[in-house]
Design a binder for this molecule. Structure first.
Ligand SMILES: [Zn+2]
Length: 435
């Protein structure tokens, strides 16, 4: 896979990933704005703006954009995350100029009114109610993430807190739009049946005349301070049918270390190998120990994200079997984590973990939407197009000693947040006193 990179005179990044297997392209524009950039009391503003971006411009009034894309056989969508907001359309290659015309027009030409905002706010509140407020597990996980990041904006949900959504107004949205939507805070990313040589003239034609903004927002390097004790969130919620155990350990990403430390790329990759060995599949340690051998759980896994502008977490997730108290689950997780630090992993585990991490990434790239997401997230988190897959070399170099070293360094009590959610008090066992 080749990633081609250019830049327009107005500062807009242009990135192309050629893939000539089918005559289609995914056209997308990414803005360097997400929940990481939001102030307390203005959470979710980026996501709300994403919704409003479909409300039209003078040239393409409300709903006409949708109709044009549909009529041209395309599909479009958008998403907001912690680090970015992205808009994308999948079309046949010859429709690429039309998508650019539409997307360029709404970068600075959005026309929104209170009459459009009020109903859309209700749409977002309903989205929040459906996804979070009415789901005991999601509600709990949201609170757990806040407990894990009490001061960092990653502690806020991307969709925003309910009272913040209710308080959005038109001036705040327009201000957010003006402060972040400009070519020098954006990236054009096209994946599919094109090359940079073909895309650049079109990009110049459609995006080249958009004026850059004077003050490109500098993303603040938020730092969640180190803590001196583990954090527990233990909750009994009568609505809970399926009790869950979560554990989050603070870890570095390629772009930020724990509590603002300089990230060490080898540690980041070794932590992903560790997560794979600990709980990346049914063959991994947590599943084998908790589900197969001890019969304590129905599900047990772990996961680690390497790419984000801020720090990351190595997450453990366990669903206990009916009748098994959470103190037993916690002790079993602790034992497996301690084993990672106490003894080196076996060679066969190490090799299998490397193969599956690479396979997950590479197979994922077969799908254009997935590839788009991987490349876009990498660059918006702070990565360079040229070094997108450099971590694959670091992966090959990870040793059993590296895995043991990062286990000792990062899977420590003061870096951990544990969430326990049950339906009945007795399911807590000895963890009841952590409430
Ligand atoms: Zn939404």
């Amino acid at each position: 896979m080749k990633i081609e990179h250019g830049e327009l005179a107005n500062g807009m990044q242009v990135v192309v990933v050629p893939d000539h297997r089918a005559p289609v392209v995914v056209h997308s524009v990414w803005y360097m704005v997400g929940s990481i950039d939001e102030e307390t009391s203005r959470t979710g503003l980026s996501h709300m703006l994403e919704h409003m971006m479909f409300k039209g411009t003078d040239k393409f009034p409300y709903q006409s954009m949708d109709k044009i894309i549909q009529r041209n056989g395309g599909v479009q969508n958008a998403f907001t995350s912690r680090d970015m907001t992205a808009y994308h359309q999948t079309v046949t290659k010859e429709k690429l100029p039309l998508m650019m015309e539409i997307e360029a027009d709404r970068m600075q030409g959005l026309k929104i009114t209170d009459a459009l905002l009020t109903p859309e706010k209700n749409v977002v509140l309903e989205e929040r109610r459906m996804r979070t407020d009415s789901q005991p597990q999601s509600r709990f996980f949201e609170a757990l993430v806040k407990a894990h990041y009490p001061t960092h904006p990653y502690g806020n949900p991307v969709i925003g807190w309910k009272e913040d959504i209710e308080a959005y107004n038109l001036p705040a949205l327009l201000d957010w739009y003006k402060r972040h939507y400009a070519p020098n805070n954006a990236m054009l990313l096209v994946v599919g049946d094109v090359t940079l040589d073909e895309v650049m003239p079109l990009a110049k034609q459609y995006y080249g005349d958009l004026p850059p903004m004077d003050n490109v927002p500098q993303r603040a390097a938020h730092v969640e301070p180190l803590r001196d004790a583990p954090v527990w969130l233990v909750k009994v919620d009568k609505e809970v049918q399926l009790p869950v155990f979560y554990r989050l350990y603070r870890t570095p990403t390629f772009f930020q270390g724990v509590a603002g430390a300089k990230p060490d790329v080898r540690d980041v990759v070794a932590l992903s190998v560790l997560a794979e060995i600990l709980g990346g599949s049914d063959a991994a340690r947590l599943y084998q120990s908790l589900v197969v051998q001890q019969g304590l759980a129905d599900a047990a896994s772990s996961d680690h994200d390497m790419v984000a502008a801020g720090e990351s977490s190595l997450d453990v997730y366990v669903v206990p079997k009916a009748g098994i108290a959470m103190d037993k689950v916690a002790a079993a997780v602790d034992a497996e984590v301690a084993r990672m630090a106490d003894e080196p992993v076996r060679d066969d585990e190490l090799e299998r973990a490397k193969v599956s991490l690479l396979a997950e990434t590479v197979y994922g790239q077969d799908d254009n939407d997935n590839l788009l997401y991987q490349v876009g997230s990498w660059i918006l988190a702070g990565g360079k197009a040229e070094t997108f897959d450099a971590w694959e070399d670091d992966l090959k170099k990870v040793t059993a000693a590296d895995v043991q070293r990062v286990a000792k360094a990062y899977l420590v009590p003061n870096a951990m947040t544990t969430g326990v959610l049950v339906g009945k008090q007795q399911q807590l066992g000895a963890l009841a006193d952590k409430q």
